[in-house]
Design a protein around this ligand. Structure first.
Ligand SMILES: [Zn+2]
Length: 418
């Protein structure tokens, strides 16, 4: 693996839940000299330098340049920390015919069949009276697929009932106390756990595959590739703008939450940064509207076994660079100006680039771009690297594309235009 992929693999593997992602971002930023701010009311420092703030599953990191103009604008990479998975139910323990099982809820647009027959762990946070404890376990659970001998027509189309057929098994015999088992891995007394937010996670480490190691396979590529690329670029770049990485939670369930892109988080943070720089409040909305966001999220590579699902003029391929995402109904926001800027950043960075538009009979996905732009009014360009198996428990991408995206993000941050 290249150094870049090694670093990405480690980032993904140590970040099995949004709370781990935000902790990783804060830790890496702190190691690079950023100040970790408390999420509490009060004025913020105005000195040049890097800052990072975590609010639950969302994280905002930014850099204030040495010379700030009178009316500063922001260059923001937007991404999300969450991925489709299963969330542990409030009263999880149950049994069926002699097996101990754990009740789970479906989170986001899960490609459910991909979760069958995987060695699954639990990850997330345990809440005690005074603290939050991040936790991840080794493989403890599995959702076994029914043998073909007991379902001869399965290959004509697998049908999985979301309540009945997706309950992981964790043991044999009586009901277990799964929370107590998980608490052991966080060094927390089980009785002290008062609340929790836990998801299932694949325990297999990321890897390169293919005859020339052309591909990179990992869980949560959507959208940790973008969070990681944005962070690397933020730490690396020198810009005259205020540069920001905004990674939101809850994109996979619609973003309309306190820490989602539809919530007040980013607007509040940008306002507080402008306050700290003594920009009059009457100017805040204008400065934010004149800022720019690169909304980075996974795109669809053309699938060699299903090329008919793509528009024949637009076939994104692995290792052919970041994809500009275009959609007439504005599910993606890139317009002509955005396209020109995107090509300029790719050229500046020396990376290839490509473009995606859905075929007319295939409704488009969406991202945080339109949600955030509708709220804040800033120019937004939707882009990202191409994936195969999007929303599978283990996705894949071209091995070179993650680094292409990070280089393009550096050029975006350093673009001297507003
Ligand atoms: Zn995504």
């Amino acid at each position: 693996m290249t150094q870049y992929l090694d670093d990405l693999a480690e980032f993904i593997h140590t970040a099995p839940s949004p709370y781990h992602v935000t902790a990783q971002v804060a830790q890496r930023a702190a190691e690079a000299g950023f100040t970790v701010l408390d999420d509490a009311p009060g004025p913020w420092p105005s000195e040049p330098g890097g800052y990072v703030l975590v609010r639950d599953g969302a994280v905002i990191a930014w850099k204030i340049p040495e010379q700030v103009t009178e009316y500063p604008t922001f260059h923001i990479v937007g991404a999300h920390t969450d991925s489709p998975t299963f969330r542990v139910k409030p009263l999880p323990d149950n049994t069926s015919v002699g097996y101990a099982r754990v009740g789970v809820e479906v989170y986001g647009g899960v490609l459910v069949n991909s979760w069958l027959d995987r060695d699954l762990g639990f990850a997330g946070r345990l809440i005690t009276a005074d603290e939050q404890h991040l936790v991840r376990t080794p493989a403890m659970a599995r959702i076994p697929q029914l043998a073909i001998h007991l379902d001869r027509s399965v290959n004509d189309g697998l049908k999985l009932d979301r309540q009945q057929h997706l309950v992981p098994i964790v043991g044999v015999g009586d009901e277990t106390n799964i929370l107590a088992e998980i608490a052991k891995h966080a060094d927390v007394e089980p009785e002290a756990v008062q609340g929790f937010d836990l998801v299932l996670t694949d325990t297999q480490a990321p890897a390169t595959i293919g005859v020339d190691n052309d591909f990179f396979a990992a869980p949560r590529l959507d959208n940790l590739v973008s969070v990681h690329a944005g962070l690397r670029a933020l730490l690396e770049s020198e810009s005259e703008h205020i540069t920001v990485l905004a990674a939101f939670d809850h994109e996979e369930v619609g973003s309309e939450t306190r820490t989602g892109a539809g919530g007040p988080l980013l607007g509040e943070m940008l306002g507080r940064i402008l306050d700290s720089l003594n920009v009059p409040a009457t100017q805040h909305q204008t400065m934010i509207s004149h800022s720019i966001m690169l909304s980075a999220d996974g795109g669809h590579l053309v699938h060699p076994n299903y090329p008919e699902r793509h528009d024949p003029q637009h076939y994104p391929l692995p290792n052919a660079g970041p994809i500009l995402k275009v959609n007439a109904t504005q599910r993606y926001l890139s317009d002509g100006h955005g396209a020109a800027k995107f090509v300029g950043w790719a050229d500046q960075a020396g990376v290839p680039h490509q473009v995606f538009v859905s075929k007319n009979t295939q409704p488009s996905g969406s991202t945080i771009g339109p949600i955030s732009a509708t709220r804040l009014g800033m120019e937004t360009i939707d882009a990202g690297i191409g994936l195969l198996s999007m929303h599978s428990v283990r996705e894949m991408c071209g091995a070179q594309d993650p680094e292409h995206l990070a280089k393009l993000a550096v050029a975006f941050y350093q673009d001297s235009r507003r």
